[in-house]
Design a protein around this ligand. Structure first.
Ligand code: BGC
Length: 701
């Protein structure tokens, strides 16, 4: 393949090569310019094109001199969701609650089949940024706050996407994007190289190891240096040190932002010089890239060898997908939104719901009359979250849900056929709230035996470009629940939202609390069945819930603090920690057993623990293994997830869960960014809920 690519590059003119590095959007305002690029027949890639439109773009390429097919990229980040007929899976944050690598791989594979069948080649997924600052708008797109979980789930979904070379995956946004100061999207990330290696680089390294074919450069900067212009992060670390051999695309118009926003280049030509020599291989959207890069090569500011290297990488990915030799095979269109994927999606929705509180009201086997309350009980837009046909590529307020989508109201109606179900909106997250609306909901609930209140946020308050300072339940949501509680109603709250909100007050006034995040097409059916006890909860939080709006940082793997690590006016502990989630089963953990007490640096620790299901309900449990380096020359967190296993335990049964933990995974980066594994004492923790831990210690010599 490499020889074939070299021969092809030899035949290409400079113009043809630079055109391969250009990506053009189907939705750009200047249609004449877009059409000019399409007609060239040599442009490397297009984005935001749906399958039904690809022929317009491929025909000129088929008629071109070298007939190199463009690669079509799409934001299929929870299913091929920009296409209405496709399966809309739960968001990444929701899927992360499953702690289930196999499921993520299956979802990746199902998505890839739908994208490929539609005629496209490349998904801009997964997001490997960490969701550690709740002000940031894009928390919903992440796998949560922990780099280890993000590494495992990221690799799993990449394996699924790229199985049979159906599509190329794209690890984004490289690097540190979610950690921008103040949670302000694409602002500077004030982290050092050492800290980036310790935390943020790890999921991206895992993506390289999984063979991820493409990466996307973040909008932002690290310590003042734009990632787009950082030869160190892109070429030296990602390509040379980690060995990434695919291609790197910038994020949307990054080249222009170097000129107009970050002010590190005087003009687009200078931006192109900086970006191409840094190692970006493809320019997303910046239409001036083509002309200006050509100019810069001709004047010697960009060596042609840099262009050849980028083209080599792009062609390598195209070759892997079968785009160069006409061997690209596509599944039949009938896989799009098929029954099999619907079943998988139902499982994903069941497994991603997290039970946060249950005072015994659940399971609700039967009820004569159920009041379903809340705007989010009927809002598909809120339930889906970002990057679906409701929100992209342009906001589409007029979009209507496909019939098969289960909102909570629809799910409850189907699962409780003999109950009377009444509905009232009660509150509005973004719109006007009238007294009448509030009172109607109270009246509706009055005559019902139990209330299912569906609360949360919507796309006005989360998603790209929608950072907020107050992650709270907006409008009169809490007031409504308080009023219902004062009237003695039994309340089951279901949260439909893109990120953890401050729900410490809400938690006091409800009998049960279920978090779904953005649960996709099947969420309403899955949650209704969970409420009824026809399914069991197994989801665990991939992100901690704060007690107060200003509790930053709120993630679990913090350092110890000299003054006890708490604000004077807030509790130290968060409301619900990473790893938390209840079930209808009751699991009890034995003490931890290790094969030895002392280990050499090249050995592995064999850890085992017995988990017993002490209930009469079968269930899945996620057994979490954490560690702490007790004494280290650099700060180490209070605990760090290092492995997990999801196991099925039948009612009344016990199972032994074993982990093999290589000592060389317990290292850290020193001041000079060298990875070190020192000797000394370590603590291991095992937990099923991120709150209660079994603990043991061992020594490394
Ligand atoms: C986002 C990316 C996305 C791209 C293309 C950007 O605004 O940051 O995540 O892939 O647009 O739609």
């Amino acid at each position: 393949m490499e020889q074939y690519i070299e021969k092809l590059i030899e035949q290409m003119t400079l113009e043809e090569k630079v055109a391969q590095m250009q990506q053009i959007s189907a939705n750009m305002a200047d249609k004449a310019l877009r059409n000019k690029f399409i007609e060239m027949g040599t442009v490397g890639s297009f984005l935001h094109v749906l399958g039904s439109e690809t022929a317009d773009y491929t025909t000129p390429a088929e008629n071109s001199r070298l007939k190199i097919s463009p690669i079509f990229g799409i934001d299929a980040i929870h299913g091929h969701a920009l296409l209405k007929e496709a399966t809309v899976f739960p968001s990444q944050l929701a899927l992360a609650c499953t702690f289930d690598d196999n499921l993520l791989e299956e979802i990746g594979y199902a998505t890839a089949k739908e994208v490929c069948a539609d005629g496209l080649d490349w998904v801009f997924s997964p997001v490997l940024c960490l969701g550690r600052d709740l002000r940031w708008g894009r928390i919903d797109e992440t796998f949560g706050e922990d780099y280890y979980l993000a590494s495992r789930l990221g690799s799993a979904i990449i394996n699924g996407y790229q199985k049979d070379n159906l599509v190329a995956a794209c690890a984004k946004h490289y690097l540190g994007y979610g950690e921008a100061t103040g949670g302000r999207d694409s602002y500077d990330t004030e982290i050092t190289e050492r800290y980036a290696r310790e935390i943020f680089l790890k999921p991206f390294k895992a993506a390289v190891d999984a063979g991820c074919m493409t990466f996307m450069t973040a909008y932002g900067t690290i310590d003042g240096k734009p990632l787009t212009a950082s030869r160190k992060w892109i070429t030296e670390i990602l390509k040379e040190e980690l060995g990434f051999d695919g291609f790197i695309v910038t994020d949307w118009d990054n080249y222009k932002s170097l000129v107009t926003c970050l002010h590190t280049a005087e003009n687009i030509e200078e931006a192109c010089v900086d970006g191409v020599t840094a190692g970006n291989d493809m320019a997303m959207f910046t239409c001036d890239f083509y002309e200006n890069t050509l100019k810069a090569v001709k004047s010697g500011k960009i060596p042609e060898s840099a262009i050849n290297e980028s083209v080599r990488r792009i062609l390598r990915v195209k070759a892997r997908l079968g785009l160069l030799d006409g061997t690209r095979a596509r599944p039949p269109k009938s896989v799009i939104g098929c029954e099999e994927h619907k079943k998988l999606n139902y499982k994903a929705a069941v497994d991603s719901a997290v039970l946060l509180k249950n005072n015994g009201i659940l399971p609700l086997k039967a009820a004569k009359k159920i009041a379903v309350i809340g705007e989010n009980a009927v809002s598909v837009r809120a339930q889906y979250g970002d990057w679906t046909y409701f929100s992209h590529p342009d906001p589409k307020p007029e979009a209507t849900a496909k019939e098969k989508t289960y909102t909570l109201l629809k799910g409850v109606k189907e699962v409780y056929p003999s109950s009377e179900i009444v509905y009232s909106q009660g509150y509005s997250i973004s719109g006007e709230e009238t007294e009448d609306m509030f009172n109607k909901a109270i009246d509706t609930a009055e005559s019902a035996e139990v209330v299912i209140a569906v609360l949360g946020d919507n796309l006005d308050w989360n998603g790209e470009g929608r950072d907020i300072v107050n992650p709270v339940l907006r409008g009169r949501q809490i007031e409504l629940i308080k009023e219902l509680n004062a009237k003695g109603k039994k309340i089951i709250c279901v949260l439909v939202n893109g990120k953890p909100l401050v729900i410490s007050e809400l938690e006091k006034y409800c009998d049960a609390l279920i978090e779904t995040f953005n649960g996709g097409d099947m969420c309403g059916l899955a949650v209704a069945k969970l409420i009824k006890g026809e399914e069991n909860f197994s989801g665990k939080l991939p992100i901690s819930f704060p007690n107060e709006v200003g509790s930053h940082p709120n993630y679990y793997n913090q350092y110890e603090h000299w003054h006890g690590g708490r604000y004077k006016d807030a509790q130290k502990e968060c409301l619900f920690p990473f790893g938390f989630g209840l079930s209808y089963s009751k699991f009890a953990y034995s003490e931890i057993t290790l094969d030895k007490d002392e280990f050499g640096k090249d050995e592995s620790v064999r850890v085992s623990v017995t988990v017993e299901n002490q209930s009469d309900t079968d269930g899945f449990e996620t057994v979490q293994l954490y560690f702490k380096d007790k004494v280290c020359k650099m700060l180490t967190p209070v605990r760090q997830l290092i492995d997990y296993k999801k196991v099925f335990i039948k009612a009344g049964q016990k199972i032994k869960v074993e982990f093999e933990l290589p000592i060389d995974r317990l290292g850290y980066y020193d001041e000079n960014c060298n990875y070190r594994v020192d000797g000394g004492d370590f603590t291991l923790f095992v937990s099923g809920n991120g709150k209660d831990f079994k603990e043991t210690a061992f020594r490394v010599n």
